[in-house]
Design a protein around this ligand. Structure first.
Ligand code: AMP
Ligand code: MG
Length: 420
């Protein structure tokens, strides 16, 4: 980077239309959704794959269940032989895991356990609770229906059937399914590497004692945590001073990763240089203002083929704007679909009023009260107040076109995925 290039870039401020947060998310999804794999993959043990995105098909190795399976502890019978008060001789017992070859003789029953194989000839299982046993004889209290308490062989899945597909996120149920069919190792997308660069002359590393007018770099810590939760691999690049050359060098380093997230330096101040430096490096911006508070100056662009997010530096702004905008990029670069925002509806517990024109994201707590979710905004001192957010389990979303909302009205709540 030459000083010349900087001088040419500096000064050409972009002025894009202010978007709603939904529109802004749409721009990100539009840009990154164009990228179709193949994405880099790695083979991962089923024990280690939680939260990764699958990059292969997982198929059944046999039928599921592999045999007609009892879903109850009871007696395997021929249904037509079991009317109220019927009595049958019990000729044996079948436990889960037993090899079953003998057919059930007419006029008899066999004691059977949950998960055991049904013997040929039997077509129903009567729950033990509906029987009485006297020696070898079992008395049945009610009639049996053919098929009751039996999951037929192959009814859950056929042999060779695809159960999991590329792009699916591996949660605990998906991992259990892979384990069930013997997929001990899984081809997964390599997590996108997300470079994190904070900016600001006042910012010192967390490990360093700040001077009277300095602050510790908490944003890099929250951003690294948010990247992990979103399914990315954080690469912390420290802090850049508010100087064109240093910012340029560190941004260049960040552009070696899959995504670059910056904090600070995107407002209108004289030393807010992030957008200008990115522009000089060839960035194209898709938004540089969003109708939200906190977080209005958030920026998204593509620079040298890499997605770049410039998030405002006030800690709560950084956290809110990350949650709104960065996860869809990480999803798409994982080869998955962009997940929707974790929004739910709740009853407003206390009336509130906010300024019109911007959607507000207020630190809040949602609790289950009287059989329904109720949400209350917490007291806070604005977008520097990390302590208020640490008490919150969600953000209460006040739409841009609402200034007053009465207690009892339905409102949207953006859940904090890490604590709920
Ligand atoms: P900026 O968006 O650069 O104008 O930053 C706004 C405010 O956010 C600064 O005045 C700091 O108080 C705070 N801030 C900026 N960067 C960080 C950081 N890395 N960690 C914690 N707070 C920060
Ligand atoms: Mg700054």
């Amino acid at each position: 980077m030459t000083g010349d290039l900087w001088r040419r870039g500096i000064g050409c401020q972009t002025l894009l239309e202010m978007l709603t947060f939904e529109e802004a998310r749409g721009k990100i999804i539009e840009q990154l959704g164009k990228r179709k794999g193949p994405f880099a993959t790695a083979v991962v043990s089923v024990w280690e794959a939680l939260g990764l995105v699958l990059a292969e098909e997982v198929k059944t190795d046999r039928e599921y269940p592999p045999f007609d399976r009892s879903t109850r502890d009871g007696y395997a019978v021929r249904a037509k032989e079991v009317a109220p008060d019927a009595k049958l001789k019990c000729v044996g017992e079948i436990k889960a895991g037993d090899t079953v070859t003998e057919p059930l003789a007419a006029g008899t029953c066999v004691q059977i356990m949950t998960g055991a194989a049904i013997p040929r000839g039997a077509d129903a299982v009567v729950m033990i609770e509906h029987t009485q046993r006297e020696g070898e004889v079992v008395r049945f209290e009610r009639a049996a229906q053919p098929g009751q308490n039996i999951v037929p062989r192959g009814s859950e899945a056929a042999a060779g059937q695809t159960l999991l597909r590329p792009g699916m996120r591996l949660g605990y149920a998906e991992l259990a399914l892979a384990a069930q069919v013997g997929a001990a190792e899984l081809q997964c997308a390599r997590k996108p590497r997300v470079a994190i660069l904070s900016t600001g002359d006042e910012v010192v590393p967390v490990e360093v004692a700040p001077g009277a007018f300095q602050i510790r770099n908490s944003n890099s810590v929250s951003l690294a945590a948010q990247v992990r939760i979103a399914g990315g691999e954080p690469v912390a690049l420290g802090n850049a001073a508010d100087r064109v050359e240093e910012l340029g060098e560190k941004i260049e380093r960040g552009l070696k990763e899959d995504v670059l997230v910056l904090s600070g330096g995107v407002s209108m101040g004289k030393y807010d240089l992030v957008e200008k430096v990115l522009k000089a490096m060839g960035a194209e911006f898709y938004f540089d203002a969003v109708a939200i508070r906190p977080g209005k100056p958030a920026v998204f662009g593509m620079c040298q083929g890499k997605p770049v997010f410039g998030l405002p530096g006030n800690p709560v702004s950084t956290m809110v704007t990350f949650e709104l905008f960065v996860p869809p990029a990480i999803d798409l670069l994982n080869g998955a679909e962009a997940r929707p925002l974790p929004l739910v509806e709740a009853r407003l517990g206390e009336a509130l009023s906010e300024k019109l024109g911007l959607a507000h994201f207020l630190p809040a707590r949602v609790e289950w009260r009287g059989g329904a979710p109720e949400v209350k905004a917490l007291k806070w001192q604005g977008s520097g107040d990390i302590a208020a957010l640490a008490k919150a389990n969600c953000f209460l979303v006040v739409p841009a076109d609402r200034d007053k909302i009465a207690a009892g009205e339905r409102v949207s709540v953006l859940l904090r995925k890490d604590v709920v």
